[in-house]
Design a protein around this ligand. Sequence first.
Ligand SMILES: [Zn+2]
Length: 289
Amino acid sequence: MSQDQIVRAMTNDGAFRCMAVRGTETINRIFAAQAGDPETHRALGGLVLGALLYRETMAPDLRVQCIIRGAGRTGSIVADSHPSGMTRGLYQRGKDGPFTLQGEGAILQMTRNLPRGNQHQGLIDASNATIDRALMSYFEQSEQITTMIGVGLPISDNQQAAVATAYLVQLLPEVKDARDRLAVLTERLAHDFADMDAIARQTDGDPKAIIEEIFYGMDFTFLSESPVFFGCTCSEERIQASLLSLHRSELMSLIDEGEPVEMSCDYCGAEYRVEMPQLRSLLMKKGDA
Ligand SMILES: [Zn+2]
């Protein structure tokens, strides 16, 4: 079994739910398309895994987008995940690299796209945090759900992820003895899951093995497993739409240059070429506006 997937489980007493994801292949495809330094890769991979957990726990049927802006002008990272499991990421370089949350002005923004074009959005200060800490603060502050998150992302010498895995445990509302139960689980996680990179390697990121370990000694049920994979939403049509959004005079000057327009997708690196006849027909579509 080597395919990426996300698994959901719940304790039989209804106290906790847990999601775990293996995203090794997905994350490595994203790393290959984005090419950053190891620290940036850790943040990028962590945010993508966080987006997958966020979607699975809050909105499995919706598209989610998570953006983290680095401290100062160190750039930003975007993670984008669809209900099908299709997931992509983007690293936008800042003026002062490399990407870091250490310093002031770092912000984490979590968005789920609701039906009919509305959005549910939460924003928190992520200055001097780590990605997993920032995600935990988000759930605490914006969703008011006590949440524990761990990310295991050992990066090898060639800057690929040896394994990419993460878990999320949430205390469900209206639980009796919530405080005591939480204390027990928190202590277990702090003790047994302190080194998530080691756990990632030991389990090869297998979500079920990780959940079994987290819920050790508790009765629980696996509820679902869904695929996770790298993919992009870019297309010929979208590229044309972006050209169509240019001002008429800009479009005309592209045509005057007499060369086809070459563009590449920032997310996946796919290259597109818009030939002269297509450019002319776009100008026609634009009319006199
Ligand atoms: Zn693309």
